[in-house]
Design a protein around this ligand. Sequence first.
Ligand SMILES: CC(C)(COP(=O)(O)OP(=O)(O)OC[C@H]1O[C@@H](n2cnc3c(N)ncnc32)[C@H](O)[C@@H]1OP(=O)(O)O)[C@@H](O)C(=O)NCCC(=O)NCCS
Length: 156
Amino acid sequence: MIIRFAQEKDLSEVNRLRRQVNLVHVEGRPETFKPGFSKEMEEHLYAIYQDPEQKVVVAKGEKNTLLGFAVLHHICKPENPVVFERRHLEVDEFCVDDAARRQGVGKSLIEFIRNYAREQGYQRIELNMWEFNKGALAFYEAVGFTTYRRFMEMKL
Ligand SMILES: CC(C)(COP(=O)(O)OP(=O)(O)OC[C@H]1O[C@@H](n2cnc3c(N)ncnc32)[C@H](O)[C@@H]1OP(=O)(O)O)[C@@H](O)C(=O)NCCC(=O)NCCS
């Protein structure tokens, strides 16, 4: 397996996996996520790819198949009267192909991201996830993430 930053030619395959993540979200939270995978969602990846503050990472297997991907975002929030400047690398999107799960692909992607974050001088990687997604939670905890903040709701 090779993990590297994406090239433009990888993006249509990345969208195949983004469709899988969207399906997970639609099934878990249909009141929030729109079903299907619209042209706008597909094209949004090309805007991410062009944005100097964001990076797309891919995990490639034999015969150049796409096994997984991540979207990374360089975040720097300025200081304000309450908090210090906050600078971290955010994982905005993350998915391993459903045919390649539980084989260590996700773990290897996180290792690549962690090395990149260290090289860039970050002291933290951050992400947010939906509470229904127990598999993702177990994965993120297994690779070393801990919860430091919560979103709460009361359904009426
Ligand atoms: C979550 C996800 C990225 C994990 O990727 P993966 O390549 O299967 O994970 P790995 O094989 O590297 O797993 C490493 C460890 O994480 C834990 N883990 C991973 N998936 C898990 C699951 N579904 N349930 C429980 N533990 C899990 C295990 O401890 C695993 O080690 P083990 O297989 O030796 O027991 C993958 O299931 C996925 O893409 N899910 C759908 C999309 C998604 O939910 N993305 C996150 C959106 S926020």
